[in-house]
Ligand binder design. Structure first.
Ligand SMILES: Nc1ncnc2c1ncn2[C@@H]1O[C@H](COP(=O)(O)OP(=O)(O)OP(=O)(O)O)[C@@H](O)[C@H]1O
Length: 708
């Protein structure tokens, strides 16, 4: 049977050598550090692109840094978690704080110096490659001196400013509760995004992105499209059957048992290319079967590998799947187990934060697997602390980065670098996501081979969201948000017997507040966020997956990838972190071609965010009327919410919006808005915040704040 290729998939080759060799990846980063006396969170790809102007980049070392593990046990219910994925046994969460500074100090100034020459060489050869491939039109085809011509010098300045903007924007991501693999405890999580900030202008951020993209020739990829017949129907399924490809009969049998008869668009588009041995970067809408798309060929690779002796205590790990959140890792492992139903000799294991490292180590020893699903931080911990794992990872033939754009973003950068250095260069790599912003595309190159293929299943013109999901936004002042939320939920419940709603909130502590409030209002509510123990998160996630007539109030830990069937409404309250996060959150409804609804509730001063969604079919909706009785009821319910939860929500709210560049840059206005939020919770006076934390947020002595 000849392989059937989707019709309008454009295939192109990048001319950049894979840099999973950390000598190259890190050396560029080190070069960057060297050019900046203070340490940096510079993305290596930027250093690579603009290495010869990197001395123009000036950054400020923020106090604080990435959240990591320390020692605090969170596990309540071991049995519950072990039911989730075969063999998974929960333990404790280790949380410690570290910073980019620490890492830089460890790598040492001397090493940084030594690497300079190597970096120049790498950059030079990289530029030559670009020149030979792209020709005279490319920036990389110009000589360095011509690059430093007048026009380019001004470009260098623009880049510098643009980079600052990029860094500033991303800083929030680094410590976002969901970006971080670990739970963040003791009120620090919501605050770490509020490191001391120097006022910087970001106007050139967009300019930088465009320049970076065109420097890599990415503009030309815009036309990469999926099948034309899919466009009209927006159907997620194709007519192509799995048995049309040469796949293991045992996998086919499992697919059949799972009810997967024909392929989804992304599966049909990627499978033939992956089976040919290519690296793939795939973009496909939410809920369209990306997990099977990368797991099925990964299992094929394992099936085709020579079996390891049962006496081998440390058999190689052949397929490594990295997911940004624990929920997602668990889910991918569950899907893998479904596909492995008739492959009794192939094992899957999960390593995630929030479980005891020791238990995972023991499990890996007693029951070694060939497929490992992991969150980045925890895998890095294992690489450094689990005897034999580094050797086992040398067997990796397939590496998958699920939610690739998020994993390659700043928040996971160091962990991913470490993981890339632990797996062989000779491997196949798959990067999947529903969103692949231009500026992240360059970072994908650190993981992919030069001849990788970018498969875009999102048709130009149809947007990245589903047509069958009705999207509206509402603008109302903060004091109306809680009443409106209640009114909207009540209306939705009245119209949908089998309602299943996800309410997304800005931070973990705001999530807690909203869940408490809705609970006080007698709605059937569950909550998931990073402050909850992993066992609880798993249990609630499992319950929500199976139930109807339930509202899940959550932070962004549920934004990406989590596959809850039949979600009828996604309600986003307050500013999403960025456009991508809006799309991923919305993607929890309308999965597998089903209908869905999304509402974005913003305050008037958040309305600017809508400009980033202007290509999406989101329309303005009028506000539902909230009768005085409802308002009173909500106010009364707010009185019953614990004071400490309100205080924590206020602090977290301030931290979150402080990290939003449009709002956080005017500190006095930010505090006015935070105090508006405080009043909306029924507080006469804004809660006092510890001086230390205010200092960390860069909010010392801002009028309107109460310090303690
Ligand atoms: N070929 C298929 N036929 C029917 N259902 C499928 C098929 N492949 C996957 N599914 C189902 O589709 C649903 C969505 O799949 P999945 O969670 O992998 O989507 P996704 O594209 O990764 O979404 P997201 O972008 O949100 O992560 C799952 O319930 C999965 O079991």
């Amino acid at each position: 049977m000849p392989l059937k290729f989707p019709r309008r998939i454009r295939i192109f080759t990048h001319s950049i050598p894979r840099t999973t060799n950390l000598a190259s990846f890190n050396s560029v980063a080190r070069a960057y550090h060297r050019h900046n006396t203070s340490s940096s969170s510079a993305p290596p790809f930027l250093s690579r692109i603009f290495s010869f102007t990197s001395n123009h980049f000036s950054t400020h070392r923020p106090n604080g840094g990435e959240t990591r593990a320390s020692s605090r046990s969170l596990i309540e219910d071991e049995e519950e978690l072990s039911n989730w994925v075969t063999d998974l046994r929960p333990g404790s969460l280790r949380v410690h704080l570290t910073s980019d500074d620490d890492d830089v100090d460890r790598s040492g100034g001397r090493r940084n110096q030594d690497s300079r020459g190597a970096i120049r060489n790498k950059v030079g050869s990289f530029r030559e490659n670009r020149f030979s491939e792209r020709g005279k039109g490319s920036n990389f085809g110009r000589s360095e001196s011509s690059f430093r011509g007048r026009k380019e010098r001004s470009l260098g300045r623009d880049r510098e400013e643009g980079y600052k903007g990029l860094r500033k924007q991303r800083r929030g991501d680094v410590v976002d509760e969901e970006s971080s693999d670990e739970d963040v405890m003791g009120g620090i999580g919501d605050l770490l995004s509020e490191e001391d900030e120097e006022e910087e202008e970001d106007e050139d951020y967009e300019f930088l992105k465009k320049k970076a993209a065109s420097a890599f020739g990415f503009d030309r990829d815009k036309g990469v499209e999926a099948r034309s017949d899919v466009k009209s129907s927006d159907s997620y399924l194709t007519k192509t059957r799995f048995d049309q490809y040469t796949l293991s009969p045992l996998s086919l049998k499992a697919l059949n048992d799972a009810g997967y008869e024909t392929m989804t668009v992304v599966q049909e588009a990627t499978l033939p290319i992956i089976l040919k041995g290519k690296d793939v970067l795939a973009k496909a809408k939410t809920g369209t079967g990306k997990t099977v798309a990368f797991l099925l060929p990964s299992i094929e690779v394992v099936v085709k590998s020579p079996p390891t002796s049962p006496d081998n205590k440390r058999p190689p790990i052949l397929a490594l799947v990295i997911c940004p959140t624990r929920e997602l890792a668990n889910q991918a492992a569950t899907e893998a187990n479904t596909l492995l139903k008739y492959h009794p000799t192939i094992g899957v294991q999960v390593v995630i934060g929030g479980t005891r490292l020791g238990l995972e180590q023991k499990r890996m020893q007693t029951n070694p697997c060939q497929i490992l699903v992991a969150t980045p931080g925890r895998l890095k911990d294992h690489i450094e602390n689990t005897p034999g794992l580094a050797t086992r990872l040398k067997g990796v033939k397939v590496l998958v980065l699920d939610e690739a754009d998020h994993l390659l973003d700043m928040g996971f950068r160091k962990d991913i670098e470490r993981i890339l250095s632990a797996v062989p260069k000779e491997r196949q790599t798959f990067l999947f996501s529903a969103t692949v912003p231009e500026e992240v595309r360059q970072m994908c190159l650190v993981a992919l081979r030069r001849d990788h293929e970018f498969i875009n299943c999102v048709h130009e013109g149809t947007g990245e969201t589903h047509q069958q999901v009705r999207q509206t936004h509402m603008i109302a002042s903060l004091d109306k948000h809680f009443s409106l939320l209640y009114t909207l939920l009540r209306a939705h419940i009245a119209d949908n017997v089998d309602y299943k709603v996800i309410v997304f909130c800005t931070t973990a502590m705001v999530t807690k507040l909203v869940a408490d409030l809705l609970g006080e209002l007698n709605l059937n509510v569950r909550e998931i966020h990073s402050r909850k123990p992993q066992s609880y998160r798993t249990r609630v996630s499992n319950e929500f997956r199976k139930s109807k007539g339930l509202i899940l109030v959550t932070s962004d830990v549920s934004a990406r990838g989590v596959d809850y069937p039949d979600v009828t409404l996604v309600l986003q309250v307050g500013l999403p972190k960025d456009r991508e996060q809006y799309i991923h959150r919305l993607g929890r409804t309308g999965r597998k071609g089903k209908e869905g609804e999304g509402i974005l509730l913003l305050a008037p001063w958040e309305e600017y965010f809508l400009s980033s969604l202007k290509d999406l079919p989101i329309t303005k909706s009028s506000l539902p009327s909230t009768d005085p009785e409802t308002v009173k009821k909500v106010q009364k319910a707010l009185c019953h919410v614990e004071m400490r939860n309100k205080e924590a929500a206020y602090q977290a709210w301030l931290g979150y919006y402080n990290s939003q560049k449009m709002i956080g840059r005017d500190k006095e206005r930010l505090v006015e808005l935070a105090n508006e939020f405080s009043r909306s919770m029924g507080l006469d006076n804004p809660p006092a915040i510890p001086k230390l934390i205010l200092g960390k947020m860069g909010l010392k002595n801002v009028p309107g704040l109460r310090a303690k």
